[in-house]
Design a protein around this ligand. Structure first.
Ligand SMILES: Cc1cc2nc3c(=O)[nH]c(=O)nc-3n(C[C@H](O)[C@H](O)[C@H](O)COP(=O)(O)OP(=O)(O)OC[C@H]3O[C@@H](n4cnc5c(N)ncnc54)[C@H](O)[C@@H]3O)c2cc1C
Length: 258
């Protein structure tokens, strides 16, 4: 497999009636922008609460202009209120090793190679190999060898757990065996990860990760994430766009003139 698959599995809910009730208590009204999405409205409300810019204090700015102004002013913490949860599959452990380095505004839950038997693992072939048949053949051969080694180690240790087998319960013995066997699995091993991220963290991710020409898998994931969230909350990601390199693969560019 070569193409990442991303499913949006979690979205925000916002209680507009409760916001209206709060404003009524304050004798204020909020002129909402028709067509603004739920995350966009939540960001706008959070920003407006900072200045209590409702009622007569509300300028004619649309939701889009309000959010772009927050970004231009560097008031980006407000964007942290918008968040999504994704299930990402068909991706390599090499890719997720880089992904999980992002510490702020992200949460991750990834397939365990200690609990999960990887004898039927799939592997993610770098897209770059597609045009190089000999390199692709070498890659496929290495994958076959590795899978055989994984299965052999698994079988040999399962037949005879060695000195540890007397001390460990079955579950922990399985963990020990799979830990030993997984050590031969390559960076290309396919994995699955659930990732939650807020809009500010995603914007940072798109800037530092979506723009690197040589990292194709990262660009594919970043561009797909951007197209999903730009559809969910266009105002928050208006200053990003997806271009394509000569090979047709996507790359993120940021423009500041919005
Ligand atoms: C081109 C490129 C090459 C890379 N090469 C390598 C490499 O060779 N080896 C390697 O180990 N990693 C490498 N990385 C990973 C990189 O060092 C970061 O770990 C990763 O990109 C996460 O970025 P981040 O820390 O900005 O993100 P996050 O962890 O999400 O942090 C977001 C932002 O919060 C702030 N922040 C977070 N934590 C702290 C803190 N403790 N103190 C102060 N401010 C903080 C910073 O402003 C940071 O940008 C590379 C990344 C890129 C983009």
């Amino acid at each position: 497999m070569t193409t990442p698959k991303i499913r949006l599995i979690g979205r925000l809910q916002v209680d507009i009636a409760e916001i209206a009730a709060f404003l009524k208590d304050q004798n204020l009204e909020w002129r909402r922008t028709p067509g603004a999405t739920i995350p966009e409205e939540l960001v706008e409300v959070a920003g407006r609460i900072c200045y209590m810019s409702f009622g007569s204090a509300q300028s004619p700015r649309t939701n889009r202009d309000f959010i772009m102004n927050l970004i231009t002013q560097g008031h980006e913490s407000v964007l942290e209120h918008a968040s999504w949860t994704f299930l990402i599959t068909n991706i390599s452990r090499a890719f997720t090793h880089q992904l999980v380095r992002h510490r702020v505004g992200f949460a991750f839950s990834q397939l365990s190679q200690q609990y999960h038997d990887e004898r039927d693992a799939e592997f993610v072939m770098p897209a770059h190999l597609e045009s190089f048949p000999e390199a692709k053949e070498a890659w496929e051969k290495a994958i076959r060898t590795t899978l055989q080694a994984y299965s052999s180690i698994n079988a040999l240790l399962s037949q005879n757990g060695g000195p540890m087998s007397e001390d460990l319960e079955k579950r922990e013995l399985t963990r020990a065996i799979r830990s030993a066997a997984r050590s031969v699995l390559p960076n290309a091993t396919e994995t699955k990860i659930v990732m939650s991220a807020n809009a500010r963290a995603l914007r940072h991710f798109f800037q530092v990760r979506g723009t690197i020409p040589g990292d194709i898998e990262m660009r594919l994931v970043a561009a797909e994430l951007l197209s999903i969230v730009a559809n969910e909350a266009p105002s928050i990601f208006l200053d990003f766009r997806i271009d394509h390199l000569l090979d047709g693969s996507p790359i993120i560019r940021r423009h500041r003139s919005t």
